[in-house]
Structure formats: C-alpha cells, structure tokens
Design a protein around this ligand. Structure first.
Ligand SMILES: [Zn+2]
Length: 255
C-alpha cells in the first residue's frame, strides 16, 4: 500500500511538472502607488514604488514576459491551451493620482493595465478611512478634504487614459474589508461601484478584494454579480479556477 501511495505521489508530481512545461503560469502583479516622491502622509512604504525602479523592472521583465490585459489573461486561462510564452499582467489598486506618469509610460510602451477603483473616492469626494488614520498618525492636523483633494484619480483624468491600454474594475464602493460585513451589504457595495464606473467605456467584470481579504461567502457574492474575484495571495495563475491570483510587484523598495 505504501509503495502504491508513493508511486501515485511521484506520478502526480511528474504530471504537475509536465503541465508547467506545456502551460506556463500567467503572473498578475498588484501595484499601488508608483511615483517620484514618497510622501509619508499618504503612502504606505510597502505600497510605494519609485517610477524609475518600476520602469527598470518592467524593461528587464520584457526579455522574458509578454504583457497582456487582465481580460486576455482570463481568456487564455479558460482556453486551457498550450502556453509556451510567459505572460504577465499589470494591475493597480486604489486609483492613486500620483501614479498617472506610470500609467502614461505604460501606454507609451503599449503595455495594458487595469485599475481597481473605489468609486466613492473619485474626484476627491473623500478618502479611505485606513489612509486617513495613517495620515493623522503622521500629521494630526491633517484634514480629510485637504488630503482627498489630490489623492485619487478624477473622472476627467480617467477619461484621458487610453481606451486601448487601460481597463477599469471594481475595488468596491468604499475601501473596506469584505469579510466583516453581511452578504447583502457587500453586494450593495459591489453593485454601487459597478454602477458608478458604468460612466466609463472600458470597465471589465472583475473585483479585487481590498487587502486581498475574502472568504467562500464573499466569493459567492462576487460571482453572483457576474464578476471575477481577484485576490492577492502571491500565487501564479496556472489553470482557470474561477479566480485571478495576484502577486505583489517583484520590486518594492524606496529608491
Ligand atoms: Zn486597496
């Protein structure tokens, strides 16, 4: 019995190796703020990347990877065809306005990207509570309106992005932990975000969980609204398993 189990284990291991040879994983990267100036009040060190390091990293990766859109990645995962090429996808969470030069650089290079947005914060209407708390810890005199005024992308700036390279998707109406509220409340948050985003032509049916926190219950809510759940679990995408796995961008250091 022991030898049968061992043989079965070896066969499974070999099968996984062969499968990886024929079907390369698709890597989906998660970024937040990419810009030239680190502002401790509105940046978290782990979420910030210098524009120069970002560009250098992408240029290095281009030798091994073809950058594709999130939609194309999802389609390829579902096709279950042979994948000899290495594909990668760039995504940004939260829609920080300071990342605009990075987005425009991607467009100039013909590299697609997806922005996961909280529709409540567009146009400086307010900011995510966790970010405001952080700002207050650095400067107790901070006010929400002062920070919100230039923190996030505006509707107008989003409209200037290229329809060809940029796609938009849900990060929820507000930036909050989906696992801490009822299914109904979470569904309302998602629906409101998608309704708000519908003013833009390039919206795709994906939802990225804030902080990547999710559960089987929240996944059910997301899929019931015909959205694809997007995680941040450090995994590469090998098969179509109903969700998109994401990794943090390989470099995250202060330049
Ligand atoms: Zn977020």
């Amino acid at each position: 019995m022991k030898s049968i189990n061992r043989l079965s284990h070896l066969i499974k291991k070999a099968y996984r190796k062969v499968k990886r040879f024929w079907r390369h994983p698709i890597r989906v990267f998660c970024l937040h703020q990419v810009n030239d100036v680190y502002d401790p009040k509105t940046c978290f060190e782990c979420d910030w990347l210098s524009l120069q390091v970002f560009i250098q990293t992408i240029e290095l990766m281009r030798a091994d990877y073809t950058f594709i859109s999130l939609e194309e990645a999802y389609k390829r995962l579902n096709q279950r065809r042979i994948r000899f090429r290495n594909f990668a996808v760039i995504t940004f969470d939260d829609g920080y306005r300071s990342s605009l030069p990075a987005l425009l650089w991607l467009e100039s290079q013909g590299i697609p990207y997806t922005l996961f947005l909280n529709s409540k914060y567009l146009d400086g209407r307010s900011i995510s509570p966790h970010l405001f708390e952080h700002a207050l810890s650095i400067d107790p005199l901070s006010t929400e309106s002062q920070i919100a005024s230039n923190l996030y992308l505006t509707e107008d700036s989003i409209k200037t992005l290229s329809l060809r390279w940029a796609s938009l998707a849900s990060h929820g109406y507000e930036h909050f932990d989906a696992t801490t509220c009822s299914r109904e409340e979470f569904a309302k948050q998602l629906q409101r975000c998608m309704d708000d985003l519908s003013i833009f032509p390039n919206v795709i049916p994906f939802h990225a969980y804030t902080w990547g926190r999710h559960s089987k219950e929240t996944d059910k809510v997301v899929t019931s609204l015909r959205l694809v759940p997007v995680l941040v679990d450090g995994q590469k995408n090998l098969n179509a398993d109903g969700v998109i796995h994401r990794e943090l961008f390989p470099v995250c250091t202060r330049a």
